[in-house]
Ligand binder design. Sequence first.
Ligand code: LHQ
Length: 262
Amino acid sequence: MEQKTVRLEVASGIARLTLDRPDKLNAFTRVMHADLREALDRIESDGSVRALVLAGAGRGFCAGQDLADLSFEPGNMTDLGRLIDETFNPLIRRIRGLPMPVVARVAGIAAGAGASLALACDIVIAARSASFLQAFVNIGLVPDSGSTWFLPQRIGHARAMALAMLGERLSAEQAAQWGLIWKCVDDEALDAEVETLAGRLATMPTRALAAIKQSINAAQANSLDRQLDLERDLQHVLGQSHDYSEGVNAFLEKRRPEFKGR
Ligand code: LHQ
C-alpha cells in the first residue's frame, strides 16, 4: 500500500493530524491534498472528536505547494487557478468551517500556503524558533490560500503589504507580538502547551466553540446589525443544548460542569 502523506490519530476527543513529508518540509502535493481530504472526512464523521491539532512532521510545519509537483511542460503547464480551486481553497474553507476548534502547532517554517494553512486554524501556537514566510513573491506569485485576507485583518495594511512584497521571514515572536498568532512559546514547551490546550478544548462545550468560531469568522464581513442577528440565532440553538443546561446547573450547584459536546 502506498505510504500516506498525513498521519491521523484520534484519542480522548482529540484528533491529531500531522502533515508527513518531513524530507520536503511537508510541502503539499496533489496526493497530500487527497490524503488530507480523507483524514478530514474521518474526523468529521467521528462523533467523538471535539478538537483538532494540525502539525507538521520533522523540522518544518509546511513549505506550501511542492514546487516539484507542478508541470511546466509546454501545452501541459499546471493551471494554478484550477489547482487552487481544486485543492487549496476547499482545504482552507473546510478548516474554517469545521465545527470544532482547530489548533495549529507550528514548529519550524510555515511558508507559502503552509503559512496560510496555519493562519486558517483557530488558535496558532508556535515554537520560538518557528517562522512564517510569505514565500509566494519569491517565485513570482501572489499570496494565496487566504493570506491576503488573514494578514491585513490581523496585522494591518502596512505590515501585511511589506511581508507579502518582501517575502522575508517573520519570527514566531514577532508574529505573536503583532497579533498574527495566539502564542509563541519556548521550543521545549511547545508540545506540553499544545497538549494542555487541546485537552482543555476537548472538554469544553464543543457546540459553543463551533458557534464562537462561526460568529467571529463572520464578523468581518457583517454589519453590527447582521452580527447581532447571527448571535441571536446561534444563542437560540445553543439554548437548547445539553451543555448549556449542564453549564447553568453546574454553576448553581457549585460544581464543575461536565460538557459532552452536545
Ligand atoms: C521543497 C519545498 C517546496 C518542494 C522545501 N516544494 N520542495 C498554490 C497553488 C499553486 C501554485 C503555487 O503555489 C501555491 C501556494 C504556495 O505555497 S507558493 C509557495 C511555495 N513555497 C515556496 O516557494 C517555498 C520554497 N521553499 C523555500 O523557500 C525553503 O525551502 C524554505 C525557506 C521553506 C526552507 O528553507 P531551508 O530550511 O533552507 O530548507 P531547504 O530549502 O533545504 O528545504 C529542505 C528540503 O525541502 C529540500 O529538499 P532536498 O531534497 O534538496 O533536501 C527542498 O527542496 C525541499 N522543499 N520547500 N515548496
